[in-house]
Design a protein around this ligand. Structure first.
Ligand code: ADP
Ligand code: MG
Length: 453
């Protein structure tokens, strides 16, 4: 009997008693690394599988193994790549094929020329509280008299706090007053992409004309100008042209102008010429007001107690409050049960835990993933592009994005200075893969469990 036969017998028996998902998740790429009649060493692909097998399946594995090795006393689990072992043992002289990892297909990001502003982002649907009062008042003043007092208007604040909503509200209001005005909204990343394309297609003139003819130019998430010298140069001229002729510029960012890294000071100083206003996370009263208004809009009948409960437990931002309401709404539509606070508590369990534990650090994410795949941190943050490194790296990108809401450039920096397009690609890839890949879903669940312990 050889190692392979022993393990195949074990797998054969386990496959029958375990669910397919569990079986493939936990036993894929496992093998008998070595054995004698008392000990069996099982090779596993990563330390999470190791722990999982040890904690959940050790007894079952032992029982099945004992049928073949009656004197068996202990099982050890060792993190080791099956392929490496097989390669060695079979002494296959393969020329390592590095192409598969370095030649990933980079998909072209979809490009759209015109970003529409959303009709629903109006002043009416924007709830005012202490956290956004100044930004709101300025926005209203600008909508009445664009290009006058507050030019440019620079709004900054964290994710999901209403920057995009507020800047688009100004655009909507301006169009309501005069539908012939040229209101141009563009996320900064797209502005950059468009500019690069314009250079490639030799259509820079058209690009310039488009932006320099706007009556109101809204550039969202301007922090993405970071490090993009060419685009900064172009934007500098666009800015000057518009400003000189009294046309309104509105910018949003995740931080103050002077804190934007790698943005030329001639730009950051201009950004502060007009009005700089921040939007802070909403306080309790505002969160309640938002929940009351939005649940009414969604025709969700929530009791005072329930609203209070959500407002007290989801504190981070307004997008998360909306997410919570949407989740409740879906639940109501499916189950048609009356909504008690108890039920809402259950529905939102995950949202609430998430929002509470957001104090995890990027380091912790890197460390957890590094432990999970048994890959050293310095390899993960390094430049080598083996498949074994690229995949966990992309998981890190995904987690930094989804758990900590980091911007793409910031993730790039955390990962040792990677370009933000690489990060976008990585995050997208994992996002797509999750939908059809059980293994990945399980891995992510486990990594998150570790992360939030
Ligand atoms: P940001 O651009 O700051 O990340 P968004 O403007 O995209 O945030 O806002 C996230 C969501 O929260 C949007 O659906 C927006 O309509 C809603 N929202 C944000 N602030 C408010 C507010 N003060 N009143 C009502 N809805 C808000
Ligand atoms: Mg936004």
């Amino acid at each position: 009997m050889n190692k392979k036969q022993i393990w195949e017998t074990v797998l054969g028996e386990l496959e029958v008693v375990l669910s397919k998902a569990n079986f493939t998740t936990w036993f894929k790429d496992t093998f008998v690394y070595s054995y004698d009649d008392k000990t069996v060493v099982i090779g596993v692909p990563n330390s999470f599988t190791k722990e999982w097998l040890k904690n959940k399946y050790n007894q079952q594995i032992t029982e099945v193994l004992k049928k073949q090795l009656p004197k068996l006393e202990s099982i050890e689990y060792k993190v080791i790549s099956k392929n490496k072992v097989i390669e060695k043992e079979e002494k296959i002289q393969k020329i390592t094929n590095t192409n598969s990892s370095s030649n990933e297909n980079y998909e072209e990001a979809p490009r759209t020329d015109n970003y529409q502003i959303e009709v629903k982002y109006t002043f009416d649907s924007f709830i005012v509280g202490n956290s956004n009062r100044l930004a709101y008042a300025t926005a209203q003043a600008i909508a009445k008299q664009p290009g006058k007092k507050y030019n440019p208007f620079f709004i900054y604040g964290g994710v999901g706090l209403g920057k995009t909503h507020l800047m688009q509200a100004i655009g909507n209001e301006m169009l309501t007053r005069n539908k012939n005005k040229k209101v141009l909204y563009i996320p900064c990343e797209e502005f950059t992409n468009e500019y690069v394309m314009a250079i490639q297609n030799k259509s820079v003139d058209k690009f310039k004309k488009k932006y320099r003819n706007a009556d109101l130019l809204l550039v969202d998430d301007i922090q993405f100008l970071s490090g993009k010298e060419g685009t900064q140069e172009e934007f500098f001229h666009t800015f000057n042209t518009l400003h000189r002729s009294g046309r309104q510029i509105i910018l949003s960012a995740d931080r103050r102008p002077q804190d934007l890294p790698e943005v030329a000071s001639r730009l950051t100083s201009r950004f502060a010429w007009g009005m700089v206003a921040d939007i802070m996370p909403p306080d309790l009263e505002t969160r309640k007001a938002i929940l009351t208004k939005k649940s009414n809009e969604k025709m969700l009948d929530l009791s005072r107690e329930t609203i209070d409960y959500i407002a007290e437990n989801i504190e981070s931002n307004i997008r998360e409050l909306e997410g919570a309401l949407n989740k409740i709404k879906t639940h109501v539509e499916i189950y048609q049960k009356p909504l008690s606070t108890q039920l809402v508590t259950e529905i939102l369990q995950e949202n609430i835990n998430n929002s509470r534990t957001k104090n995890i650090s990027p380091d912790k994410i890197v460390k957890t993933v590094s432990d999970f795949f048994s890959i050293e941190k310095k390899e993960l943050l390094g430049k080598r592009r083996y498949k074994e490194l690229v995949y966990p790296r992309q998981i890190i990108m995904y987690l930094l994005r989804n758990e900590l809401n980091f911007s793409f450039p910031r993730i790039g920096k955390e990962l040792g200075g990677k370009d933000h397009t690489t990060i976008m690609h990585g995050v997208e890839k994992i996002k797509k893969q999750i939908k059809r890949d059980n293994q990945l879903q399980n891995e992510l669940t486990l990594i998150k469990e570790k992360l939030y312990i």
